[in-house]
Design a protein. Structure first.
Length: 240
């Protein structure tokens, strides 16, 4: 799960010293959420890191990552904000080049962070064991850059909400750890949604490309409460 190496050797040494000093009280690691890595980066360091990633992402072909459909653009939410979709079950850690995936994420998110947007995450049939730890998530936020962080943290920040469909207890525990150890402001924007019909109140059905297994999972976990899904058209409607 290595990312592009920071060229600042002094920073590397500082990370090692910090990790050694905190090794006895690394609560995130003790609770099974992984190592949080090094200390926070300065604004200049985050800008430099983001710039290097963005420049590289724009210079190479990442089509094989796009084809995995882990992260892709949706339409707009109920208030006209653009939507980014994330599919947890498509995130196959053993088969994915995380370095190239991070480059793809930086490239795809860059146009969105200029104005308000929404994230929809399908946790349907996903496994937390196949996904990265908190240290990787923290590093990803650093790579996205200080401008991205500023947009997230203003009072009515550009990230409106992260809608999570079909959350599990394990995922909620992981989100709580992200709030506690990584970024309280960003991860407080999470909205848990148990049913597709609830999600469509926030993001209209026609604005989302939804994998077939998400519909099937919704029926399995909810018993089709109050809705029917047409298997051919994926149209969702209330039971008579």
């Amino acid at each position: 799960m290595s990312l592009i190496t920071d060229p600042d050797q002094r920073r590397k040494e500082q990370w090692k010293k910090t990790a050694q000093a905190q090794s006895g009280w690394n609560w995130a690691k003790m609770l099974g959420f992984g190592d949080l890595g090094g200390p926070p980066l300065s604004a200049a360091e985050e800008y430099s890191l983001h710039s290097r990633y963005l420049a590289k992402a724009n210079s190479i072909n990442l089509s094989e990552i796009a084809e995995m459909k882990i992260v892709y653009r949706g339409g707009v939410d109920s208030e006209g904000r653009p939507v980014m979709v994330v599919v947890g079950a498509h995130f196959l850690l053993r088969c994915l080049d995380l370095e190239r995936f991070v480059l793809y994420v930086v490239k795809e998110f860059e146009p969105l962070i200029q104005k308000p947007y929404t994230i929809v995450y399908f946790h349907s049939a996903a496994s937390l064991q196949m996904q990265p730890d908190l240290g990787w998530m923290k590093r990803l936020q650093q790579i996205l850059g200080r401008r991205h962080q500023r947009n997230l943290h203003v009072c009515d920040g550009n990230l409106h909400a992260i809608y999570i469909l079909h959350p599990t207890f394990g995922l909620k525990a992981a989100i709580f750890a992200l709030q506690l150890f990584v970024d309280n402001v960003v991860w407080k924007k999470v909205v848990y949604v148990d049913r597709l019909l609830q999600l469509f109140k926030y993001v209209p059905r026609e604005q989302l490309t939804i994998p077939d297994f998400v519909f099937q999972h919704d029926l399995e976990v909810n018993g089709g409460k109050g809705l029917i899904v047409d298997p051919r058209t994926k149209y969702v409607y209330h039971r008579p």
